[in-house]
Design a protein around this ligand. Structure first.
Ligand code: AMP
Ligand code: ZN
Length: 459
């Protein structure tokens, strides 16, 4: 098996990936906070780690990979959205979680093995907090429970920050009940109008970081193989998850590898709700095929920033059209039963998930297929192209339906194509040429072949 190498944020190096148990490879990715529709920046981690998930399944076997991506359904931003709209919290979180799932499905993102909701893990959260208190890592103060940072020597290791940076970066309140300004909240009190659960520290709700630690332990275990998320989560979120989990597990590592995707930007600014420069997945999906959006996203390496633009989408559409045209031209040969991705393609993805390189390999396969002459060779290349595509979640559509998509006049075009075939049959070439010109003016390309006439949109 080809060795997979992954860049580990913890060591800042690309290292061979060795799961603790190749029969149970575990990955956790921090999922959305469900208070509004996801923007295309939020879709980046979902898409990037969907490719990691698919690659792990390819390398280790589908049944040997366990992937959890949570839903954060308790958060002050959700409370604020509820107060603003007057809608009950559970209505908002249910609606937004459904929208998130639908939007990600439209981009070809596979459902994770587990999708734990924070509010369904309050008992586990309370138990973990109790362990931290009894171990001397956390303390109660005025209805809050805080993690005491100075007790954990290795705090700051993941984000590589010094103490002052950490305090400034976390924008922590220097609340009077804190023993140390860097201490962070595990549990906080809830007033009657806010969601809350009974706990040994009174009615309250969990902090964000402890949710992930508790859900990871419950669904995947103490030490997982891969922990992922956006770059902005390294500090404080992942630093805090790591501190909590290690301190409640006798120092056991939380993750063997930490992976973080770079930001999606627009005109070089990070796309974010607070800046207001967002494009929702829903809006984009109205205008573009999910696969085009997916291709555009994967055209950059996951650790690099990616500047989102109409040009990027247009290029993605062009390349996909070209790949689908090749597959369409291969419709007369069957994919061999033992088809698998090309070695060069898997080698590219095994090099820290180098999707741009893997896509270039797909283009090379496409070129080879266009010039191949023997049917065996064409079938082999078709097999390589479609199975490689599957690892990226691409090229699984029917080529004809892809090439015809983008309009709502299929039936009309089919009728014109049939009329042209009939005109040619009765040798009325003036009429058949007129129909071809009419179709061409509508942006339709015809291809006459042994199996009849095919049409597609675009050239
Ligand atoms: P949020 O809902 O803001 O907590 O974000 C959910 C996920 O999306 C996190 O993993 C963030 O790191 C990620 N994310 C948010 N904005 C961007 C962006 N502009 N580019 C890449 N990832 C992002
Ligand atoms: Zn998390």
């Amino acid at each position: 098996m080809m060795t997979l190498k992954l860049h580990n944020t913890m060591t800042k190096a690309k290292v061979p990936f060795e799961p603790a148990d190749p029969k149970r490879v575990t990955m956790y990715v921090c999922g959305p906070t469900v208070y509004s529709r996801p923007h295309i920046g939020n879709a980046r981690p979902a898409l990037v780690f969907d490719v990691v998930f698919r690659l792990l399944r390819h390398l280790f076997g589908e049944e040997h990979v366990v992937y959890a991506r949570n839903i954060t359904d308790i958060d002050d931003k959700i409370n604020a959205a509820s107060q603003e709209s007057g809608r009950p919290i559970s209505d908002i979180t249910k609606e937004m979680a459904d929208i998130y799932r639908g939007d990600m499905a439209a981009l070809g993102v596979l459902p994770p093995t587990h999708e734990p909701h924070a509010t369904a893990h309050i008992l586990e959260i309370i138990t973990m907090i109790e362990t931290l208190i009894s171990g001397g890592n956390a303390y109660e103060a005025e209805g809050h429970v805080l993690f005491n940072v100075p007790v954990f020597d290795e705090y700051g290791q993941l984000s590589n920050r010094n103490r002052d940076d950490m305090i400034a970066g976390a924008r922590v309140d220097v609340a009077p009940y804190k023993k140390d300004p860097a201490d962070f909240v595990l549990w906080k009190p809830s007033s009657d109008d806010l969601p809350g659960w009974d706990s040994p520290w009174g009615r309250g709700r969990p902090g964000w970081h402890i949710e992930c630690s508790a859900m990871i332990e419950k669904h995947l275990g103490q030490t997982i193989d891969i922990h992922g998320g956006g770059h902005d989560l390294i500090f404080p979120h992942h630093e805090n998850e790591l501190a909590q989990s290690r301190c409640s597990h006798d120092g056991a590592d939380l993750a063997r590898v930490w992976m973080h995707n770079g930001f999606l930007t627009m005109d070089k600014d990070k796309m974010s709700k607070s800046i207001g420069n967002i494009v929702t997945v829903h809006e984009l999906s109205q205008e573009h095929a999910g696969e085009t959006i997916r291709f555009a996203m994967l055209s950059a390496h996951y650790r690099q920033p990616l500047d989102w633009s109409d040009d990027l989408l247009a290029q993605a559409k062009n390349t996909l059209d070209r790949l689908y045209r090749t597959l369409d031209n291969l419709s007369d040969v069957d994919i061999p039963a033992d088809a698998k991705p090309s070695d060069a393609f898997i080698a590219a993805l095994s090099d820290d998930v180098n999707t741009p390189k893997a896509m270039a390999e797909m283009s090379a396969l496409c070129k080879a297929a266009n010039t191949a002459t023997s049917d065996d060779e064409r079938a082999h290349l078709k097999g390589q192209l479609t199975t490689s595509g599957a690892v990226l979640g691409l090229l699984q559509d029917d080529p004809q339906s892809w090439l015809k998509s983008g309009g709502d006049d299929d039936a009309e075009i089919d009728a014109l194509v049939a009329a042209r075939v009939a005109a040619r049959g009765s040798k009325d070439f003036a009429e058949s040429d007129r129909i071809r010109d009419e179709l061409s003016a509508r942006g339709i390309t015809l291809e006459d072949g042994a199996g009849g006439t095919k049409w597609r949109r675009g050239c």
